[in-house]
Design a protein around this ligand. Structure first.
Ligand code: FE2
Ligand code: FE2
Length: 184
């Protein structure tokens, strides 16, 4: 079992990568895997934002920009996750959205593991990192007990987003067509 918060975060990253692999190799399990991915990704991101990133920003103010950037990347990945949840698992666009989400998450994980986590190892004491592990894991459990997020967008919300993005012909598109146009 991972002991400190850095090991726990890295174990979660490997877990999410495994879910991505399964999503690629087991199309029949996509609905359950997407639900698992959404629950774990959102709980991990919220717990990092609430309990981990602020501790790093406090211990090493020079990392504030990196922390802010990390939160933005969480939100980007969550938007792709919402699109993935709305895209029928049998539709051809599913793979496109999945690969975009994988790419965004891989990028974020790499930044976290090459910058944020090493900065934490340097700036925060070993005892504190173990204590943070306990807090992180409690925060994640709290998040996992909440109703599932993100929720899929309604057709009205999609039409509104397509209008703002000036998607051509949005007024006569079906929900799937809107999703595909907005994901493109
Ligand atoms: Fe992370
Ligand atoms: Fe993160």
């Amino acid at each position: 079992m991972p002991q400190n918060v850095i090991e726990m975060i890295m174990a979660d990253h490997r877990d999410v990568e495994m879910i991505f692999e399964k999503l690629r190799k087991q199309p029949e399990n996509r609905p359950a895997l997407v639900a698992e991915l959404a629950a774990k990704f959102v709980a991990h991101a919220r717990a990092e934002e609430a309990e981990v990133y602020p501790e790093l920003a406090k211990a090493d103010p020079g990392e504030r920009g990196e922390v802010h950037h990390g939160i933005e990347e969480h939100h980007e990945a969550e938007e792709l996750l919402a699109t993935l949840m709305e895209t029928g698992p049998d539709r051809p666009e599913f793979t496109t959205v999945l690969e975009r989400m994988v790419k965004a998450v891989e990028h974020h994980v790499e930044e976290e593991e090459t910058d944020i986590l090493p900065a934490m190892a340097k700036a925060i004491s070993a005892d504190k990192l173990v204590e943070m592990g306990r807090v992180f894991s409690r925060a994640k459990a709290g998040e996992l007990a909440k109703p599932p997020r993100p929720k899929g967008r309604t057709k009205e919300e999609l039409v509104e987003q397509a209008r703002k993005k000036e998607v051509e012909g949005y007024g006569s598109m079906t929900k799937d067509e809107l999703l595909a146009a907005l994901a493109g």
